[in-house]
Write a protein that binds this ligand. Structure first.
Ligand SMILES: Cc1cc2nc3c(=O)[nH]c(=O)nc-3n(C[C@H](O)[C@H](O)[C@H](O)COP(=O)(O)OP(=O)(O)OC[C@H]3O[C@@H](n4cnc5c(N)ncnc54)[C@H](O)[C@@H]3O)c2cc1C
Length: 345
């Protein structure tokens, strides 16, 4: 028997953060779509803390295009809050402790050159660390659950897992692959030089944390509600399994004495997932260079909450006005690196 005719011209594959943001922008633009959500067996989005942090890493780098991406993300999630009736966006500050004297020097140099403004200005260094303003937490579990319920009620949610996207591309005008790690594991986008990194985090019960302060020193502690926080995350480049491990827990707990300043805590849960990156650390979106009916959003790395709204907007601008994808995120930037793989489809 033939598969039933699709109700929409566009199929979004995967209802993690990338697929959810994309489907929302399609809905907002009045573009009919269906979204394939085969469960969240290995969704990175459900292991993620949803932190948006302007300044990250041991080199204290301001995130790529942060000045433009932050207000766009804030607007996007606030609008979704209204549509979905759930709170998603929490404004936060980060108390960033120096891991060593080198970090203190790096801050002084970068602050002196104005590189970290306006998020870590001249007057923000004090004692053993400094304050980062303009951070946020996006409640990803709430976002995914509420969006899923909305599209289920509207008949746009397909609750099955499809493995042959090329076959689906024959049924729809456009299939946009937002399948995260599953995309990396094979298929039409095998020519993209995917990288990945496993991450784990702990859920803890702890009293006395300020609700709007993330504490960060190598790992972070993120308050998520009264008496509850998440702590993470580990980074294991090249590992692609999503199972929580005793070693991951031990790594995170080794930082907890410093991070919690001696507060008592109990571990109440543990999550793990796999981040997908590209070597240039930019996300990727756009049409397959040879199969125009196949598209992509992926490579959100450790900054999905910041990037996913902007990538979704690029897709809608492309579909409604024919705007080209930003060259620094366009999947076309990889089509010459392995053209035989790109053309094997
Ligand atoms: C421990 C950890 C902490 C993190 N913390 C942060 C953070 O604080 N801030 C931040 O911004 N980012 C964070 N990240 C990164 C963030 O998780 C990712 O950037 C983002 O979630 C990736 O979203 P995605 O939609 O691309 O992939 P995913 O969330 O993996 O979603 C892909 C979805 O597609 C589905 N799927 C796959 N194949 C199919 C198919 N054939 N049919 C139907 N569905 C399919 C999967 O089940 C899944 O639901 C963290 C990641 C980890 C692992």
């Amino acid at each position: 028997m033939n598969a039933p005719r699709p109700r929409a011209a566009i199929l979004v594959v995967g209802q993690g953060l990338a697929g959810t943001c994309l489907a929302w922008e399609l809905e907002r633009a009045g573009i009919p779509f269906e979204i394939l959500a085969g469960g969240h067996a290995a969704a990175a989005s459900l292991a993620a803390a949803g932190i948006i942090n302007p300044i990250t890493g041991r080199r204290l780098v301001k995130s790529w295009r942060f000045d433009a991406l932050l207000p766009a993300a804030r607007r996007f999630y606030r609008e979704l809050e209204d549509a979905l009736g759930v709170t998603l966006w929490h404004e936060m500050r980060v108390r960033r402790a120096f891991a060593d004297e080198r970090e203190r020097r790096v801050l002084a140099e970068k602050r002196g050159r104005g590189e970290l403004a306006p998020f870590a200005g001249a007057d923000t260094a004090e004692g053993d660390g400094f304050w980062i303003e303009g951070a946020a937490r996006v409640d990803l579990p709430a976002l995914l659950a509420a969006a899923r319920a909305r599209w289920r009620a509207r008949g746009a949610l397909l609750e099955t897992a499809v493995v042959d996207l090329a076959a689906e591309a024959g049924r729809y005008d456009l299939v946009i692959d937002c399948a995260g790690l599953a995309t990396v594991r094979g298929g039409a986008f095998g020519f993209v030089p995917w990288e990945f990194s496993k991450g784990e985090m702990l859920e803890i019960a702890v009293a006395g944390l300020a609700p709007d302060v993330i504490f960060n020193c190598r790992h972070w502690v993120l308050p998520v509600g009264p008496g509850a926080a998440w702590v993470g995350a580990t980074h294991e480049p090249g590992r692609a399994d999503s199972a929580p491990t005793a070693a991951g827990r031990a790594t995170i707990e080794s930082s907890l004495g410093t991070l919690l300043a001696g507060r008592a805590y109990t571990v109440t849960g543990q999550r793990a997932g796999v981040r997908v990156n590209l070597p240039d650390k930019h996300p990727v979106a756009g049409r397959h260079p040879l199969v125009a009916r196949l598209g992509l959003v992926n490579g959100l790395g450790a900054k999905g909450a910041l990037h996913a709204p902007a990538l979704a907007r690029q897709w809608v601008n492309h579909l409604t006005e024919g705007v080209s994808f930003d060259a620094e995120v366009d999947v076309a930037r990889f089509s010459t690196c392995n053209s035989s793989q790109a053309s094997s489809r």
